[in-house]
Design a protein around this ligand. Structure first.
Ligand code: SF4
Ligand code: SF4
Length: 342
């Protein structure tokens, strides 16, 4: 099948499967690779060793799929309802994590799209990825014309803002390629830099993940540095501040899809009851949500930090229960929190 027909068919099928945007780009070494390598060299990835341990893999998508010629970048809108303001005893969850685990939802769609591709081009090697492979997704999405990389380091699309999940379909077939946007529409705005409560945006387009609340509450295993506990405020999992303040996001489109609508008790989360869940109950509640990534001890650590930042007398028994928890990280967070009640 000629590249233009194959590309058109893939884009049409992607839309049918629920992807809101798609754009094709040749499999190249992305121009942003040096910036990424400098970011790693500066230590800004913190303990995300899965990146630092294989920097050369990000140089070309050929490290993910042998013989790859094309990358079809895909974006899915996850903006549904607006966040509710947490009251005392509750914690805020990043919008993207309110509903079903996006990895599971998007992976299902990618499998269907890959099967469709193979039917159209028998013999083609195809691989769908969402987060788990060494691909500079924002960079490829920019090259595929899906948007620009904002000063908050996220991909911004004019219609959907940055409330989008990125995914990619790698193929050994040639496609008809899209053009990147000619401009960066951040202009003189610096709202995200000014709003970040931890100073993690150390400059335009430069994120020190070690200070970022998303990293601290999701990726970091172990204790959160004491000086960063307070700015975490009421954030149980992730942080949307640099997205909420972005003017492109306030006017962004929403989705009617059910997958990413808030599950019961996720927008926001009651914190004290988290300390009552045994391992099996925690699994039942969170296994198919993004919160699972932080593991039970990460979520309890974060819950204690939030309860320390927003003391709530009714939560004291829960924090005391946390003092009995096996993980020292949870125990020390509960000690830190309880000190704020005296
Ligand atoms: S996610 Fe939060 S902490 Fe991280 S850069 Fe954005 S505003 Fe700062
Ligand atoms: S808040 Fe302003 S500077 Fe930051 S990403 Fe949005 S438009 Fe760009």
């Amino acid at each position: 099948m000629p590249p233009d027909s194959l590309t058109a068919a893939l884009k049409e099928e992607a839309a049918r499967l629920g992807f809101d945007l798609s754009g094709a780009v040749a499999a190249v070494t992305p121009p942003g690779i040096e910036r990424f390598e400098q970011w790693l060299a500066d230590g800004f990835a913190g303990r995300m060793h899965y990146m630092a341990n294989r920097p050369e893999s990000y140089r070309h998508p050929g490290h993910i799929l042998d013989g790859v010629r094309s990358v079809l970048m895909l974006a899915t809108c996850y903006r549904t309802v607006e966040p509710l303001e947490p009251v005392a005893g509750q914690g805020r969850v990043s919008r993207y994590a309110w509903g079903a685990d996006y990895h599971e939802v998007i992976r299902r769609r990618l499998h269907s799209l890959a099967d469709f591709h193979r039917r159209l081009a028998p013999g083609a090697e195809v691989r769908g990825i969402v987060d788990t492979a060494p691909l500079l997704a924002c960079e490829f999405a920019r090259l595929a014309g899906l948007g620009w990389i904002g000063k908050n380091t996220l991909l911004i699309n004019r219609q959907f803002g940055s409330w989008i999940f990125l995914a990619a379909l790698l193929s050994t077939e040639e496609l008809q390629y899209d053009e990147p946007l000619g401009a960066d529409y951040c202009g003189s705005c610096r709202a995200c830099l000014d709003a970040c409560p931890t100073g993690a945006l150390v400059g335009p387009y430069r994120l020190d993940a070690r200070r970022c609340i998303s990293y601290l509450t999701i990726e970091l295993q172990g204790s959160i540095p004491m000086e960063l506990c307070k700015p975490i405020g009421d954030r149980l999992f992730g942080c949307d501040i640099c997205q909420e303040v972005c003017p492109w996001n306030s006017r962004a489109a929403t989705t009617d899809g059910e997958d990413f609508r808030p599950l019961e008790g996720m927008n926001p989360v009651d914190l004290a009851e988290l300390f009552e869940l045994d391992e099996a109950a925690f699994r039942r509640r969170f296994r198919h949500t993004s919160l699972w990534r932080a593991k039970q001890c990460g979520i309890l650590r974060n819950a204690a930090v939030v309860l320390g930042n927003r003391p709530h007398a009714a939560a004291v028994p829960a924090l005391k229960r946390g003092l009995q928890y096996d993980e020292p990280t949870v125990r020390s967070a509960c000690v830190w929190a309880l000190e704020r009640y005296s």
